[in-house]
Write a protein that binds this ligand. Sequence first.
Ligand code: CP
Length: 312
Amino acid sequence: MKHYTSIQDIDSLPQWVADARALKANSKAYKSLGENKTICLLFFNNSLRTRLSTQKAAMNLGLEVMVMNFGSEGWALEYEDGTIMDQGTSEHIKEAAKVVSQFCDIVAIRAFASLTDKEKDEAEVVLNGFKKYTTIPVVNMESSVGHPLQALADAITIGEQNTKERPKIVLSWAPHPKALPHAVANSFTEMMLKQNADFIITHPEGYELDTKITKGATIEHDQKKALENADFVYVKNWSSYKDYGKVINQDKNWMMTKDKLGNAKFMHCLPVRRNVVVEDAVLDSDQSIVIEQANNRTYAAQIVLKKILEKL
Ligand code: CP
């Protein structure tokens, strides 16, 4: 594997999950693998978990780490070919990506969807621009379309917590005051479709995700019905895909409550808005495994970086 930009880059999910769990048990076992090598983390958007867990994973492997908040500190990048750059952009991705390749051995990038231009978002111009013009491996720390490090951490967490041969796993939409991207829901869906699980997505009408991603998943618009006898409930807001980037419904009845959760484990990628997306009683209960999900972000990133380093 050269790049890790989507969960389709995982060649054997059970093996990766097992390897990540082994790293968790002995996180410094490969401390010399990254010796004399550098990873550069470029953030076009804010982060807490991704920034710290990827940095921690890199340090566990002995890598030097450089972090740049590109969105606020870097030059505004141009992605179009042949553009006359006499407007707002100062540097072309062709030079920027090649320059980054001079300073490090791996580059990791976070660049969210704009939610204003579906075509551009789906083209993943930032991630694919770097992938096209760098000479080094690229890791996706959440792009317009996917968050494969989060989905891998989620698979590790479910692997640790699951007691059944075929658990019932529900992805439930929740209300949110702001328009949020589809990346987490997309990658979680792709990941769950690879699991031996009874997987159901529930959301109000109008919040259908991209059917290229949900193909094969069960969709149930009745949240109560979807949640019946669930073992894991992953709650997430996303904006409309059809009416791209719009908030078309903020129905408070979709908030996750202790009553609705039943005996299931509660999952969320974080950050989460308390008493909007999920009530305090859920987050503060033993059924919430959100902190363990966040903890597993380190081992998801570490297995990805280990596999890349082994091929360098
Ligand atoms: N879940 C997640 O990616 O968190 P951050 O946005 O804080 O990195």
